[in-house]
Write a protein that binds this ligand. Sequence first.
Ligand SMILES: NC(=O)c1ccc[n+]([C@@H]2O[C@H](COP(=O)([O-])OP(=O)(O)OC[C@H]3O[C@@H](n4cnc5c(N)ncnc54)[C@H](O)[C@@H]3O)[C@@H](O)[C@H]2O)c1
Length: 247
Amino acid sequence: MFDLTGRIALVTGAGQHVGRAIAEALAAQGAAVAVNDVVAERAREVADAIVKAGGRALAAPGDVTDLAAMTALVAEVDAGLGPVDVLVSNAGNSGATRAIPTPFAEMDPRDWKKYVDINFYAVLNGIHAVLPGMRARRHGRIITIASDAGRQGLAMGMSIYSGGKAAAMGFQRSLACEVGPDQITVNTVSLGMIPGDWDLGPPKGVPLGRHGVPKDVGPAVVYFASDEACWVTGQILSVNGGVYRNV
Ligand SMILES: NC(=O)c1ccc[n+]([C@@H]2O[C@H](COP(=O)([O-])OP(=O)(O)OC[C@H]3O[C@@H](n4cnc5c(N)ncnc54)[C@H](O)[C@@H]3O)[C@@H](O)[C@H]2O)c1
């Protein structure tokens, strides 16, 4: 079950943390993985690690907020690995590592764009770049990594981030209807807290009693990427230890 042999996946922002774990999980199920990151060295390191572990991977550095760069990148992946079957738009930025979170009222309006670009426009760019090929082949898996901050809201300093993630989720609900007839599915994995190099303190209010780790995310993405998930589209799955519970 969930055998991805022969599938080509492109994972954005896969140079570290959650994106890296997603790339490695897809590769472990047999997919060939294009590892994107704006930091080229990170992309190369992860692609090398996948190849060393016996998988198939290609470093695909580039800035996903740039539509032209993203379109060129998808063409490079096509030439290097094959046409993209699975797009995972993981690159994102919450600003969570800022030492002092900035409330919306005090944010410089010029900083709004940065968070909307990476959390929303980057998703549009990736999808726009892969859709023509997926449509022609009448197969595709579009998966976006969002945040429960966009579903239930979050603490001070996260309002623009939450808005960007919520926009991506709303967009995908409608896109699922548009591209369903082409047998392309569109789903979202919405995350709870998965600390990186910042301290979140004890996991208060997490029913499962701990913060997440990157490896918690891969299996949900593998499922949405699989042939077995062929009748599942327009859905949002929270992977969050139970903090936000769907109605
Ligand atoms: N970690 C969490 O607690 C958490 C919670 C909810 C949602 N998320 C979401 O999960 C995703 C991954 O989060 P993470 O914690 O692993 O982030 P991270 O900051 O650790 O890693 C993000 C990666 O994306 C790359 N990146 C940034 N801008 C890019 C660009 N323009 N083009 C290409 N690559 C770019 C970075 O270089 C980095 O390697 C994000 O979308 C984030 O919003 C994370």
